[in-house]
Write a protein that binds this ligand. Structure first.
Ligand code: TMP
Length: 203
């Protein structure tokens, strides 16, 4: 039986998710929450091996179908090993990336079957849905300058423009769950927007 709050952070590479997730964790702890900060892909020991398979630029032969399934496999391990036990123990979970990343990157970005990706991931994650998703929105042309160029980050700006549109479409389709935050400005400015987005969900 799930008790804790499940909050996810989404956005294109280099947008500052980790910084914001850690600030959010600190703020929630000040409000009395016990917080688990985690991430996908690679939030478990087994998942860190899946992450290497996915992001190593040498893995050029990795098929898009395999890519979808590896992200889903990482997610299944993460949800059942880490996220659900924490939620069931009453912790608040702040997770960088979840199913929306698969829908945006593999669905909208690669132009693959969006409903199929949602179905696979619903199944792989036992139907777990975030209570709140904070989507940090920024121009990929800017945010990608801060990245190192792993297998995904080597994709074109056109690809990343589709990923961004994908996130914005998800937010439009699910306005109650997904809050769009402008991720330009100082770390503190973005952090205060993130706190505003928490609204009534986290007293
Ligand atoms: P990270 O750099 O935020 O840790 O994420 C690793 C990369 O994996 C990033 O380029 C986004 C990508 N990704 C997907 O393409 N699909 C997914 O489902 C997830 C979780 C991440």
């Amino acid at each position: 039986m799930r008790q804790g709050l499940f909050i996810t952070l989404e956005g294109v590479d280099g947008v500052g998710k980790t910084t914001q997730a850690l600030l959010l964790k600190r703020c929630l702890e000040q409000r009395g929450h016990t917080v688990l900060h985690t991430f996908e892909p690679g939030g478990t020991v087994l998942g860190s091996q899946i992450r290497q398979l996915l992001l190593n630029p040498e893995h050029k032969e990795l098929h898009s179908m395999t890519e979808i399934l590896l992200y889903a496999a990482d997610r299944a391990q993460h949800v059942f090993e880490t996220v659900l036990p924490a939620l069931e123990g009453g912790q608040t979970v702040v997770c960088e990336r979840f199913i929306d990343s698969s829908v945006a990157y593999q669905g909208y970005g690669l132009g693959l079957d969006i409903e199929g990706i949602k179905d696979i991931n619903r199944w792989a994650s036992g139907g777990l849905i975030p209570d709140l998703t904070i989507y940090l929105d920024a121009d990929p042309a800017e945010s990608l300058k801060k990245t190192k160029g792993d297998r995904i980050e080597q994709r074109t700006l056109e690809y990343y423009a589709r990923v961004r549109e994908g996130f914005l479409t998800i937010a439009q389709e699910e306005p109650k769950r997904v809050q769009v935050i402008c991720a330009t400005g100082s770390i503190e400015e973005v952090a205060s927007r993130v706190l505003e987005a928490l609204g009534g969900i986290c007293p």
